[in-house]
Design a protein around this ligand. Structure first.
Ligand code: NAD
Length: 424
């Protein structure tokens, strides 16, 4: 019996495997994609063209992606009758790396959010969001080029764990009675109630990933962002466990801020990574006023959600902000933005965020040549002021392109990059 009912596994291509926590990527990997709802259809088509062209041009036909469609969201409901078929999750588990467009969570589908469900079901515990400026993109700050952070947001815990009960329900009442009877805690009876779990296990695996990333990518600072001055046993514990993890597992390569000043006169010594921490509220000020002080940021779920969108604004907004959701073996790559329904099927949305998510996927696969080619071709296209409506309206003298035309322009620019043409 076929393993999958709606998913058609291609005849060509090979599976990506995981061995001892490392990916083994064949030259013709089968990569699942979820097209996404709303603008997903337009931006996925554009992204697919750019990713395929980059692989073809960077490797001269030696490598090729073999795509495999998976269903989620409105399309899944049409094709399979369910918004998130179990086999979609199984196929991501089997094929290890996937890319997805944004999804609508239909009201009454029984899901709070399909995206949160996918991340939690697959234990994709780190949401990784690089915030980097592409020269030429309109930005609301004076020095967007000073912004170059990678945010590691915890993805499975915190107030996002779904432990929340509506006001007036028997569950909310029982919980409040329990808290009153056992702990003497009084909560107003007309309250909804939520629980915020943050564990040592969840914190340490996130901070471990952030430090490993810093080591692999030659970054010098990892900042723990928390609200531990108020929420001492959740956010404060996140800070404490983060420092503990660095001291336990990376003692040779990390130093704390106290050591930095006491022993090194404020300069990070060669071969070391500074582990420091900042309280979340001041962090929102610091990313604006001292962006050069931050490189890798590790933070609980809710802080990370707010901070990634705020930082994305500094470099041009969510239309260009990519993301990756990573577990120990699995990786699902997706744009930060949603389905922008008013722009759906008009061939006008900006595909940059999903294209850059594909770039992150190539870096994750160990295909840096294709990744670099896209980054440079994208930068050229934007510097030529050939952009979609969202950027065109903020740039003087821009040529407004459709989604599909923008993708074509990026592909054309790959040839210019390969020919070594100077950037305009
Ligand atoms: P949104 O990101 O879809 O749109 C916010 C604004 O940004 C809109 O004004 C839109 O015009 C603009 N925008 C977003 N992406 C753009 C792009 N690529 N090009 C040009 N303009 C772009 O956020 P929303 O309106 O809050 O949410 C709409 C739907 O998306 C909701 O159903 C929500 O649940 C869903 N959503 C999904 C994801 C995901 O799949 N990861 C993330 C966020 C929201």
């Amino acid at each position: 019996m076929a393993k999958y009912q709606h998913v058609r596994v291609p005849d060509e291509g090979e599976r990506i495997q995981a061995q001892d926590g490392r990916l083994v990527v064949p030259d013709r990997p089968i990569i699942p994609f979820i097209e996404g709802d709303g603008i997903g259809r337009d931006i996925w088509r554009a992204t697919k063209l750019v990713l395929e062209s980059a692989v073809e041009k960077a490797y001269g036909g030696r490598k090729k992606i073999v795509w495999m469609e998976l269903y989620a969201g409105e399309k899944a409901q049409r094709v399979t009758g369910e918004v998130l078929p179990q086999e979609t999750l199984e196929a991501i588990r089997e094929f290890k790396v996937a890319i997805k467009g944004p999804l609508t969570t239909p009201v009454g589908s029984g899901f709070r959010s399909l995206n949160v469900t996918i991340r939690q079901a697959l234990d994709l515990y780190a949401c990784v969001r690089p915030i980097r400026y592409i020269p030429g993109v309109p930005s609301p700050v004076k020095h967007p080029e000073q912004v170059d952070f990678v945010i590691f947001r915890e993805n499975t815990e915190d107030v996002y764990a779904g432990l929340e009960w509506e006001r007036g329900t028997p569950e909310a009442k029982r919980l409040m009675e329990f808290l009153r009877d056992e702990f003497g805690v009084q909560i107003r009876p007309d309250s909804g109630v939520g629980i915020k779990p943050i564990s040592e296990f969840g914190t340490k695996r996130l901070v471990r990933k952030a430090i490993q990333y810093a080591l692999q990518n030659k970054r010098r600072r990892v900042t723990l962002v928390h609200k531990g001055n108020i929420m001492k046993y959740t956010e404060g514990a996140f800070r404490q466990w983060g420092y503990e993890l660095a001291a336990e597992e990376f003692p040779e390569v990390t130093i704390t801020e106290a050591e930095l000043w006491e022993e090194h006169d404020g300069r990070i010594p060669e071969g070391k990574i500074l582990i420091n921490d900042r309280i979340a509220d001041i962090m929102f000020q610091h990313v604006l006023t001292r962006p050069k002080e931050f490189e890798v940021i590790a933070t609980p779920n809710l802080n990370g959600d707010y901070l990634s969108d705020a930082c994305a604004a500094q470099v041009g907004g969510v239309g260009i902000a990519p993301g990756a959701n990573l577990g120990d073996e699995l990786g699902v790559f997706e744009a930060t933005h949603g389905t922008a329904p008013s722009h759906a099927d008009k061939d006008e949305a900006n595909p940059t965020a999903l294209i850059l998510s594909g770039v992150l996927m190539f870096e994750y696969l160990g295909w840096p040549e294709a990744a670099r080619l896209i980054r440079e071709a994208l930068a050229r296209t934007i510097q030529q002021k050939r952009v979609t409506y969202d950027l065109a309206r903020l740039m003087e003298g821009a040529t407004q392109l459709r989604t599909s035309e923008f993708a074509q322009a990026v592909v054309e620019n790959m040839d210019a990059v390969l020919a070594g043409a100077p950037t305009p």
